[in-house]
Write a protein that binds this ligand. Structure first.
Ligand code: F6P
Length: 548
């Protein structure tokens, strides 16, 4: 089973196909084929995907699906779902899908059926959330909890924060949710400023319970709390932990009774389905959290069972590979036309870029292809007034995923119609563009002289033929949101398999952490110039001078 896609026949065939077709004109393809949209769209688990506005034909799609088959994607999917240790460099299974599994049958990792432990943690979460919501869990002075502060970073922040924001309209009205991630003290201070220690619950979320930012924030929060509450015996009513590391949780001073466990086979950026979702459950209730899991499970089942040609995550991944490796796109924008999803691009940045931002293949050799693109995005329509200029007329091709929700939650129907009209219009504009002739025609009645009109027309010309996907969701229910997130997780998995990389480690984050801890120690000591370059030494001198 090769991990180098370039060695497959289908890669060569795709290359030849690309050379032969060049830059196929989507406008022409739409004119030639009135059924293009229905042939290039799919629906599963509450998500509709129109991928017709890509530079692909049926032949392109066939070759891409052949590539997935030759890279044995089917076998890799099974290896993941059945708990094989596919995270090779960390010798771990990859089983976030087990957390949303809806089956009583055992799932064995290292000789142990993991399902009973998963269900036990969910039950414990349910009891805790119920106690908080009903007011039976009280703070140290007998007041009910009104504010829950998630302290975590990376996967222990981005996932739950994004979901809490997305579902805020469905939140219980007795709890306000807060998130503190940044080591910058401003983040914590601004959050604490409006809180009352008597009615605040801190959820310290960290897979390792050693992450510098999270532990520093958690210690400062504990100090803030103890300055007001006095006795450390009161901590038990105000601090709970979500972690895989019971020893560190106890060292911090949280009783394991108030710890919600998860396991090393849950990757940090795939952890919102585990007890890391506690902040989600506190916000919307355990039932809705379970609906989120069910939606993800529906996408899991689809991913595991559907033919590649009809498989949403696979198709999204293959189109991404076509755009990245054959058309040459270096970045990729995710543009949700829904304010509730405003944190979705930030969440997806970690999920995608920490997973597939790698150049060493699974077998330790340099990969032969470009891998994960830079992912970025902002909600529409805000982005239209910021960076869309570059997407329409810039020198780089930026494929786009538009995401829109058809049901309006705001009650301002006109706003929603404008929002959706803009979303569809942008996709149409990117595909159609505007010819110089059309631009000239629009300027026909202008008062400018002919030369200026021609010059202006050149500036007003849009090349078009820019690829985009359109994802539509009827309603932003917890279930559909779960399916949307799982769709992207599996897309990322598929791309990792096809690029021959391990999507589940993140060694690239370590070096900066090591250097930062050295520099931190040096901040209060003499500089050791031999350790640093002149730039780093100079920056450190400036920092020290600012403190002098
Ligand atoms: O530094 C990267 C990372 O390890 C992420 O993968 C992870 O989500 C984040 O740090 C937080 O880690 P933890 O949950 O262990 O605090």
């Amino acid at each position: 089973m090769t991990s180098n896609p370039v060695q497959t026949d289908s890669w060569s065939a795709l290359k030849a196909h690309h050379e032969q077709t060049g830059e196929p004109d989507m406008r022409q393809m739409f004119r030639d084929d009135p059924g293009r949209c229905s042939r290039f769209s799919l629906e599963a688990a509450g998500i509709f995907l129109d991928f017709s506005k890509n530079r692909i034909s049926s032949e392109t799609l066939k070759l891409l699906c052949d590539l997935a088959r030759q890279m044995r994607l089917d076998a890799w999917i099974e290896r993941m779902f059945t708990g094989e240790k596919i995270n090779l460099t960390e010798d771990r299974a990859v089983l976030h899908t087990a957390l949303r599994r809806r089956s009583d049958s055992p799932l064995v990792v290292d000789g142990t059926d993991i399902m009973p432990a998963i269900l036990a943690v969910f039950e414990k979460m349910g009891r805790f959330v119920e106690a908080i919501h009903s007011g039976s869990w009280r703070g140290c002075t007998g007041r009910p909890i009104t504010d829950a502060v998630n302290i975590g970073i990376g996967g222990s922040d981005l996932g739950p924060r994004m979901v809490v924001e997305a579902l805020a309209g469905q939140a219980v009205d007795t709890i306000r949710s807060h998130f503190v991630a940044n080591i910058d003290g401003t983040d914590l201070c601004r959050t604490l400023k409006d809180l009352d220690h008597e009615s605040t619950l801190f959820v310290v979320s960290s897979k390792t319970f050693t992450t510098q930012e999270t532990m520093t924030n958690a210690r400062s929060a504990r100090q803030w709390f103890l300055e007001k509450a006095g006795s450390s015996a009161n901590i038990a009513r105000h601090f709970v932990a979500v972690s895989t590391n019971q020893a560190e949780v106890e060292t911090f001073g949280i009783d394991p009774v108030n710890m919600f466990e998860f396991w090393d086979w849950v990757g940090g950026r795939y952890s919102l389905w585990s007890a890391i979702g506690l902040s989600v459950a506190l916000s919307v209730g355990m039932e809705k959290f379970e609906c989120l899991l069910m939606g993800a499970n529906a996408m899991d089942e689809h991913f595991r069972n559907a033919r590649f040609e009809e498989n949403l995550p696979v198709i999204l991944a293959l189109i991404g590979i076509w755009n990245r490796n054959f058309i040459g796109a270096e970045t990729y924008a995710v543009l949700p036309y829904d304010q509730r999803l405003h944190r979705f691009p930030a969440y997806l940045q970690q999920c995608d870029m920490e997973s597939n931002g790698k150049t060493v293949g699974r077998e330790g050799r340099q990969v032969a292809t470009k891998t994960g693109p830079v992912l970025w995005g902002e909600p529409g329509t805000n982005g239209q007034h910021a960076f869309y200029q570059l997407i329409h007329q810039g020198s780089d091709l930026v494929p786009v995923d538009f995401i829109a929700v058809l049901e309006d939650e705001s009650g301002l129907e006109l706003h929603h119609k404008i929002l959706i009209a803009n979303c569809f219009a942008q996709a149409e504009a990117l595909m159609k563009g505007k010819t110089a002739g059309q631009a000239l025609e629009e300027l026909r009645y202008s008062n400018a002289n002919a030369e200026d009109v021609h010059l202006l027309a050149r500036h007003k010309t849009f090349p078009g033929n820019k690829p985009s996907n359109m994802l539509l969701i009827d309603k932003l229910s917890p279930r559909n949101l779960g399916a949307l997130i799982a769709l992207y997780e599996h897309k990322i998995f598929t791309q990792g398999i096809l690029w021959g990389i391990n999507s589940f480690d993140q060694w690239g984050v370590e070096l900066g952490k090591q250097l930062a801890s050295g520099l931190l120690q040096e901040m209060d000591n003499e500089l050791r110039p031999e350790l640093h370059d002149s730039s780093t030494n100079g920056l450190m001198r400036r920092f020290k001078a600012s403190r002098a």
